[in-house]
Design a protein around this ligand. Structure first.
Ligand code: HEC
Ligand code: HEC
Length: 201
């Protein structure tokens, strides 16, 4: 019989089987069922979490826990999880390496979205959504249906705008906001290890 460690390491070579040893138990228990070990969306309406900023993730998890951000998931972040566990979950998904799959987007919407992005969104969702400022999340290659749904939640007032974000949305139609979502969805994500560094010219 092979010792367990060797078995686990052999299994980790099988595509899709991530080394169970590396996943914090709290992630395994509460999140992997839906968000996977790699943080890639497993179902429609779900965001990719891989490579997201740890600080943004922690903040979002606390908002879910305290009922301050709308969610369709019952008990999304159990109240029993403490600050240390939330920090551990956030660090895990922020660091996990996975490639976000290419999505089908409308070229016309991407073009319109690019224009609106430059005028309205760039300040906080910098470098085509690969950088972020003022507490904003990274957006590049995020799931299109998720982005559209969150945009609608903001507009309806069910999700609270971040700092000065309401100004950026003011006067934009649903179609225009959807176009920006296509724009973000069409961008390539950076690998987690180079995140945070400005691109050199
Ligand atoms: C039953 C499936 C399910 C489980 C379990 C689950 N999620 Fe989610 N998660 C979703 C769905 C669906 C969404 C999309 C929006 C919504 O309805 O909340 C989402 C959204 C999110 C977001 C996006 C929030 C934002 O503001 O960008 C984060 C972060 C997240 N989940 C983290 C977690 C973590 C961490 C766990 C484990 C503690 C977890 N989720 C457990 C299904 C799930
Ligand atoms: C002044 C800064 C600022 C500007 C400008 C801005 N945003 Fe944001 N955005 C934020 C912040 C902060 C958040 C996180 C909100 C929260 O904490 O829930 C956010 C979150 C989002 C999300 C949710 C992403 C997720 O993972 O859940 C979407 C979608 C979004 N912004 C779209 C836009 C669009 C489209 C524009 C331009 C029309 C824009 N934002 C302009 C600051 C900004």
């Amino acid at each position: 019989m092979l010792p367990n460690r060797i078995l686990i390491c052999l299994l980790s070579l099988v595509p899709g089987f991530c080394c169970a040893e590396d996943i914090p138990p709290v992630v395994q228990e509460h999140c992997v069922r839906c968000h996977g070990a790699d943080g890639l969306a497993t179902a429609p309406g779900m965001p990719h979490l891989n490579g997201q900023l740890a600080a943004y993730l922690s903040d979002a998890l606390v908002k879910f826990q305290k009922g301050r951000q709308p969610t369709g998931v019952l008990n999304h972040v159990p109240a029993s999880l403490g600050a240390a566990e939330i920090g551990q979950i956030a660090e895990y998904y922020a660091a996990v390496k996975a490639e976000r799959p290419k999505q089908e987007v409308s070229p016309d919407k991407v073009a319109l979205g690019a224009e609106i992005y430059r005028n309205r969104c760039l300040d906080c969702h910098d470098d085509n959504g690969r950088e972020a400022d003022k507490g904003a999340p990274l957006m590049a290659a995020q799931k299109l249906d998720y982005l559209v749904a969150q945009t609608r939640l903001f507009v309806s007032g069910r999700r609270k705008f971040g700092f000065l974000q309401d100004e950026a949305f003011k006067g934009l139609s649903n179609d225009e906001l959807e176009a920006v979502a296509h724009y973000f969805a069409a961008q390539e994500q950076l690998a987690p290890k180079v995140q945070g560094k400005k691109k050199r010219r």
